[in-house]
Design a protein around this ligand. Structure first.
Ligand code: ZN
Length: 284
């Protein structure tokens, strides 16, 4: 696609037109948090998005605006149940200063599939193959937009992305950095394979979604397994981040005791506000 600039965004999209009507600025250079720090880049970090899942299963093109995708998908297509209404696209990331995104590798276990039109896995080999295709999809996305989406492999890559958001940087040079993460570690066929995934760019692993071979998950309680402990050891040796969103209570606490590295919960809330795994399932 052609390279997006603030001007073409404002001209080509309805969202851009609306923003233009509000004064022509897709997003402020700073928000209240950054006031007084004129030289400090401000970016929003979106810690979890199933982008490749939606690319491969629903044909979504994230170089389009969310507005365009909604217009293409239309109200009658059953995306609401499988994927939700599209809220993401490169123009919106640029306008919203969403400079860093944890983009997931996620594959659906066959026993939890709610649709015949999504990829599922029954074996670790199948999960592995589709997980690798999702990493391919991120490489293709970065390739398609010529530098506006950058794959983050190193701290240097992250710094370079954030620098493009400095107030004095050229807005045309802004980049969206994708930090690749995994939700549900079954695509990793055995713990010794973690290094191969790291080589492909994976930097964050969440062992659980529902229960996996590595530990208990949402609505499917259980412990961190022997495989799970071995997985964490491999991750720690490589300096990877451990994502404990979706971990069951037991797996969560055991992983905190076991893991010798950086831990995050990428998409979780206090149980008092969002009961999650302790509530009866009403949706997937
Ligand atoms: Zn999730």
């Amino acid at each position: 696609m052609t390279r997006l600039t603030r001007r073409t965004f404002l001209k080509q999209t309805a969202a851009g037109a609306a923003l233009a009507a509000l004064g022509g600025r897709p997003a402020p250079a700073h928000n209240a948090l950054a006031q007084g720090e004129a030289e400090t880049p401000f970016v929003v970090v979106d810690a979890h998005e199933d982008i490749a899942w939606n690319m491969l299963n629903h044909g979504r093109d994230y170089t389009r605006s969310a507005y365009e995708t909604r217009a293409i998908e239309g109200a009658g297509i059953p995306y609401a149940h499988n994927a939700g209404i599209c809220t993401l696209g490169l123009p919106e990331w640029l306008a919203g200063q969403v400079g860093v995104i944890a983009a997931t590798v996620f594959v659906m276990p066959v026993q939890h599939s709610i649709s015949t039109d999504v990829v599922v896995y029954a074996t670790p080999d199948e999960a592995h193959d589709w997980g690798m295709r999702e990493l391919d999809a991120y490489e293709a996305l970065a390739e398609a937009v010529g530098g506006q989406v950058r794959l983050i492999d190193t701290a240097g890559d992250l710094d370079a992305v954030v620098r493009t958001w400095a107030p004095d940087a050229d807005p045309a040079e802004r980049q969206i950095g994708l930090l690749r993460s995994m939700e549900g570690a079954d695509p990793i066929r055995e713990p010794a394979e973690v290094g191969a995934w790291f080589e492909r760019g994976l930097r964050i692993i969440g062992p659980s979604w529902r229960r996996t071979r590595y530990g208990g998950g949402t609505w499917e309680p259980g412990p961190l397994t022997d495989l799970g402990r071995a997985l964490l050891d491999e991750m720690a040796a490589l300096g990877m981040m451990l994502d404990l969103s979706h971990a069951s209570d037991q797996t969560f606490l055991e992983a905190l005791d076991h893991y010798d590295g950086v831990v995050l919960t990428s998409h979780s809330n206090p149980r008092a506000f969002c009961p999650g795994a302790s509530a009866a399932p009403t949706t997937r």
